[in-house]
Design a protein around this ligand. Structure first.
Ligand SMILES: Cc1cc2nc3c(=O)[nH]c(=O)nc-3n(C[C@H](O)[C@H](O)[C@H](O)COP(=O)(O)OP(=O)(O)OC[C@H]3O[C@@H](n4cnc5c(N)ncnc54)[C@H](O)[C@@H]3O)c2cc1C
Length: 505
């Protein structure tokens, strides 16, 4: 039989895991319970795809290293319609410590588009590897023992049995009734997302004692797509962050430019609210929520904009981690990554980037160590490493919100949150501090980047420039906002922010 890897799940993590394995095996079989769309379309298996998905610079670099060398993923995404936005120059962000400045220096580019477009673009790039095929099937169990995983038991989806292309796979044993099949593999990756049953599956092959931690702020996300008002096509990504230090529920909002449709430019407007501050599904209240954020700019932008979709709401946004890298025993031939391993509060926009870095760690480990004893154990430890920074960032703030389920702040959480707060304050008026922070939030650097002497000094000294009194808009942007707020509004309408002395043209 050819050397075979099976990947469960064709989301970001699964497709990138397939890219990681393609160079070392003869075939990679990717299983998904969904039929994958032929274009950039939403699908049921990725319900979070309705909400804003930012791809950070570190994630983009990792994807670029994973796709075939013939593809420049940045160009590929841009050609598909994705936007590239500089955190330093192209973002308006209100933090709990004030507005970030916009710097003349470019850098820390992130990609914005719908999740559907991103998945499709990455998938089409990865499928250029020889030997990868995607099949519709529902993974139900692992085959093998605590010493070695030897394949996956799958169920047919949709009542029509397995497709002939699937049943033709070598080494497949289909049950008498045709509803189940055992698929043999040399290597299995679980990338089935936050609903993964990996802990149960491990128990079934004899591995117990996996530690898990869940911290749930009760976060709810609400999202709606709007037509970008004419003339506002170049408007920067706009972000109003929640404040974990008030003792009140967190409320955040963002306006994200996404790919155009046939009718022109579009904004995806997403809100996130922790327990007690949940954003509504109701279309009328959606706008009111925007005005109730710590600054009304999101409401001002979208109050008169034409909605293109209903409001989509999702509730499954807890921080959850399975410490599989610390499991007392680990079978050969199995690795788990992506949301199946760890999920984070989506506010920080890091899940896909961490998944990409984990897949890159998998690629390096299998390239260097394929066939050596303990390969999977080693790979599991490597794929877990990129999680640490994103987890600390999310959890040390999230534990401060009221109604948190899963444990209050530890001393380490409080120290980490207090230091991050000082650094964010410094970053509102210091490029080196902002740049260090963005290196970490863009998953380009680990948390130690924040402890370099120059960064610690900047954090302790505070911002050398004064706090901005309003969003740092250019003259043209002031004009756009004035025009938008002069339109007849459906709701009581706050005036635009005053131009402060620190206005930066
Ligand atoms: C509201 C929200 C907003 C977010 N925003 C961002 C953001 O801005 N930036 C960011 O980087 N991340 C963001 N994330 C996180 C991001 O969505 C995840 O980190 C990312 O989807 C992880 O990819 P994955 O492949 O592990 O899982 P998924 O994308 O969930 O894919 C799992 C796949 O497995 C399939 N599957 C599941 N079970 C089975 C089975 N038994 N058999 C076969 N197939 C199966 C599913 O159909 C699906 O295709 C956000 C998350 C949420 C909830």
């Amino acid at each position: 039989m050819p050397r075979r890897a099976v990947v469960i799940g064709a989301g970001t993590a699964g497709v990138l895991a397939a890219a990681a394995l393609a160079p070392v095996v003869d075939e990679v079989i990717v299983l998904d319970r969904d039929d994958l769309p032929g274009g950039p379309d939403h699908r049921r298996g990725v319900p979070q795809g309705r909400h804003a998905h930012l791809l950070m610079a570190g994630g983009l670099e990792a994807i670029d290293a994973l796709v075939p060398a013939s593809v420049d993923i940045r160009d590929h995404l841009r050609d598909a319609g994705a936007k590239e936005i500089s955190l330093a120059k192209g973002m308006l962000a209100l933090t709990p410590e004030g507005w970030f400045r916009r710097w003349s220096r470019d850098g820390h580019h992130m990609v914005t588009c719908t999740r559907a477009l991103l998945d499709w673009a990455v998938r089409t790039a990865v499928m250029r590897y020889r030997g990868i095929s995607v099949h519709r099937a529902h993974a139900r169990a692992l085959l093998g023992s605590a010493a070695r995983v030897t394949g996956v038991r799958v169920g047919a989806v949709g009542g029509a049995g397995f497709a002939p292309r699937f049943t033709a796979l070598e080494g497949l044993r289909v049950s008498a009734d045709g509803a189940e099949a055992d698929l043999a593999a040399d290597f299995v990756v679980d990338a089935s997302g936050r609903g993964s049953r990996i802990v149960t599956w491990l128990e079934e092959v004899g591995i117990t004692g996996v530690q898990e931690r869940t911290l749930d702020t009760g976060l709810v996300n609400s999202t709606r797509i709007f037509r970008t008002p004419p003339g506002a096509e170049g408007w920067p990504l706009t972000l109003v962050q929640p404040d974990p230090f008030t003792g009140e529920p967190g409320r955040s909002g963002m306006v994200v430019p996404i790919e155009d449709d046939a009718g022109g430019a579009r904004w995806m407007v997403s809100f996130g609210g922790s327990r007690g501050g949940e954003p509504p599904k109701d279309e009328e209240k959606f706008l009111q929520y925007a005005f109730d954020l710590p600054h009304p700019i999101v409401g001002q932008l979208v109050a008169g904009a034409e909605p293109l979709t209903p409001v989509f709401t999702s509730h499954s946004s807890s921080n959850a981690r399975r410490y599989l890298e610390k499991a007392p025993a680990w079978p050969d031939g199995l690795v788990v990554l992506g949301d199946a391993l760890a999920t984070f509060n989506p506010l920080y926009g890091q899940g896909m980037s961490v998944a990409a870095l984990s897949a890159l760690a998998l690629a390096r480990t299998v390239r260097d160590r394929w066939g050596t004893p303990g390969l999977a154990r080693r790979a599991q430890r490597e794929v877990a490493k990129p999680i640490e920074a994103a987890w600390t960032l999310a959890v040390s703030s999230d534990v401060l919100y009221p109604g948190i389920v899963g444990g209050g702040p530890t001393l380490a959480d409080r120290i980490s949150a207090r230091y991050t707060r000082r650094l964010v304050r410094a970053a509102t008026g210091s490029y080196p501090a902002a740049s260090a922070l963005w290196d970490v939030t863009s998953v380009k650097a680990g948390p130690l980047r924040l402890l370099r002497p120059a960064v610690v000094t900047a954090a302790l000294a505070g911002p050398p420039l004064p706090r901005l009194s309003g969003p740092p808009l250019t003259r043209a942007e002031h004009e756009i906002l004035r025009r938008l707020t002069d339109r007849p509004q459906p709701a009581p309408y706050p005036p635009p922010p005053p131009r402060g002395p620190d206005h930066q043209p």
